[in-house]
Design a protein around this ligand. Structure first.
Ligand code: NI
Length: 248
């Protein structure tokens, strides 16, 4: 059940029954020669909706713009500053906390979100800790990267080896190809060059990785791999959500 498709009365009843929400969070950024700019948000949202269905949990609106400053030298990429993202996530969480939600299960599709999302959780907890009246709702937030799940990693390693890479990966491109077969791109690309150091800002990333791939061969992507990866993510995240829901 997805919050944008519910009425306020349905939201009220659902939160009373289960004060938990899944929050899909991704990014809008270049994904190499054949990857869609929406890859991270589209994947996170689809996985979140499936986990929500499997566990009868409510799914909040996708956070489709993340912390992607390092991709801004490529057309179409959009970023939040880390500080903006921390404020945004805090407002998202406290809005739903006002309605009674106490547990937030973030399903993340973008590595650049990990640090600011963790910082947002600290900001949220600090707001409660620093409130002497004890009126601030006390919530619990966790983040799970769909691509980091044990079964997903195992499948990607077996299917792509070290050619999966770390950005515009064969795995994430496969997942969008499975979800959106009408948007598959066939692009010839040379073998990817090895990075000799970690990038810093947007211009630096583009100079190190001129076509946007970071160590990946997304030409290996197929919808069939995407289907298997989707099922692997669902298999790991659904029990993780149930365990989080059951935590005292
Ligand atoms: Ni990505």
């Amino acid at each position: 059940m997805q919050l944008p498709f519910m009425t306020w009365a349905e939201s009220e009843a659902q939160i009373r029954k289960d004060p938990l929400v899944i929050v899909p969070i991704g990014s809008t950024e270049q994904h190499g020669p054949n990857g869609l700019i929406g890859t991270d948000a589209l994947n996170a949202e689809a996985v979140a909706i499936a986990v929500g269905k499997a566990t009868e949990a409510m799914v909040g609106p996708v956070v489709a713009i993340g912390m992607a400053q390092h991709h801004l030298a490529f057309s179409g990429s959009i970023t939040l500053r880390p500080s903006t993202m921390i404020a945004f996530i805090s407002d998202y969480v406290f809005s739903l906390a006002r309605h009674g939600v106490r547990k937030f299960f973030f399903i993340n599709g973008h590595g650049g979100n990990i640090a600011p999302l963790s910082a947002a959780f600290s900001e949220i907890y600090a707001t409660a800790s620093l409130d002497p009246s004890g009126q601030v709702p006390r919530v619990r937030c966790v983040q799970h990267n769909w691509y980091d799940q044990k079964s997903v990693r195992a499948y990607a390693a077996q299917a792509f080896g070290d050619r999966d890479g770390s950005h515009a990966t064969a795995a994430e491109v496969s997942l969008t190809q499975h979800l959106f077969p009408d948007s598959i791109r066939r692009v010839n690309m040379p073998p990817v060059a090895k990075a000799h150091r970690r990038f810093t800002d947007a211009i630096d990333l583009r100079s190190l990785h001129p076509d946007g791939r970071i160590g990946s061969e997304p030409s290996l992507a197929t919808p069939a791999h995407g289907k298997a990866l989707f099922e692997a993510a669902l298999a790991d995240l659904s029990p993780a959500l149930r365990a989080f829901r059951d935590e005292p």
